[in-house]
Ligand binder design. Structure first.
Ligand SMILES: [Zn+2]
Length: 334
């Protein structure tokens, strides 16, 4: 069974009228999963409309999971106390901008960052205690750019990195793999585990010469005991389903096969979509489904199917809603 964890509260992280990482991303996903017939509960955003052209899919409904906020101690598994307190202070003082203006925060953003990380941890608990086999967290703010000592790139706390540590600390897991197919390099996740051979980090992204944040070269492959446990796969602008699937077949899946993770985490960003305004890739919704299917097959072999996937980017609302649905349909398969 597939779980989905989200909250209508995520729209209260306010980033300003013109910011791409905006509340409507959550509204679009809530609408899409209902139009696709994946969940039955009433839409918390009845006034939001979007031409998604989705039809109800056959098959079992998803199990809705209600998120519990992470506590500050759990955030400290990855982030410094100083960074956490600074973010809290800025939000309590009415909000502001971090990261040279890229990452705005509003009064409720600190609490919602705790809830966003918490949603991913709620998914971890549900998967590890067997309530569901896989789960997806539809959350914001996203996480994969947030480094241990700073928020950046629209990301406040490193949700997926916190989840990996949490699984090790609270669920007796030794080896965790994180696959990040967001179009941007997951620099925050990489920074958290650079020296750690117990967490394999694999990222496909638009080549750092042409794309934010300018890291993620092939030669970045971990340090010290962590050398060989970071795999960066930069792809040229214009890459589409064919290039991505080839990279998964030739690099991502073989690396997972040699590492043999006990749980697989996905940083699921949908900004490599052909309609996305922030990057120059050409992936289709079926491409995201195909990549997800390959990850599901690998998880079936190595980790009893256990996958926790968390939303990262994806800034074209229609493309985001439709791509999330394809991702969920692939995750739902037995
Ligand atoms: Zn991104």
């Amino acid at each position: 069974m597939l779980g989905i964890c989200s909250s209508p509260e995520f729209v209260q992280h306010l980033t300003g009228q013109l910011h791409p990482e905006r509340p409507d991303r959550i509204r679009a996903i809530h609408l899409a999963v209902r139009q696709a017939g994946l969940i039955d509960s009433p839409n918390p955003f009845p006034d939001f409309s979007l031409d998604l052209q989705l039809k109800p899919a056959a098959g079992p409904k998803l199990k809705e999971l209600s998120p519990t906020p992470a506590d500050e101690k759990t955030i400290e598994l990855i982030h410094t106390q100083q960074m956490i307190q600074r973010l809290k202070h800025i939000c309590e003082s009415g909000g502001g901008v971090l990261d040279q203006g890229d990452t705005p925060v509003s009064p409720r953003s600190f609490d919602l960052a705790l809830l966003s990380s918490g949603a991913v941890l709620t998914c971890c608990d549900a998967v590890m205690n067997g309530t569901v086999q896989r789960a997806f967290a539809a959350t914001r703010p996203p996480g994969h750019h947030a480094e241990p000592d700073r928020s950046m790139g629209f990301c406040l706390f490193s949700n997926i990195a916190i989840a990996a540590k949490y699984l090790q600390r609270h669920h007796n897991v030794d080896r965790v793999a994180i696959v990040d197919f967001d179009v941007h390099h997951g620099n925050g996740t990489q920074a958290a585990f650079e020296n750690d051979p117990s967490v394999l980090f694999i990222s496909t992204h638009q080549h750092p010469k042409t794309c934010y944040p300018g890291t993620g070269y092939e030669w970045e492959e971990g340090e010290g005991p962590g050398k060989g446990y970071t795999l960066n796969i930069p792809l040229n602008p214009g890459s589409g389903d064919g290039e991505y699937i080839a990279a998964f077949e030739s690099k991502v899946i073989p690396k997972l096969d040699s590492f043999k993770p006990q749980v697989l985490l996905i940083s699921a960003g949908f900004d490599a979509h052909q309609d996305d305004p922030l990057a120059k890739m050409e992936v289709s919704e079926m491409g995201f489904e195909a990549m997800t299917r390959m990850l599901v097959a690998a998880a079936d072999v190595h980790c009893r199917g256990r996958i926790i996937s968390a939303l990262e980017g994806g800034y074209h609302l229609r493309a985001l809603g439709r791509s999330v649905v394809r991702h969920l349909l692939a995750l739902r398969e037995e």
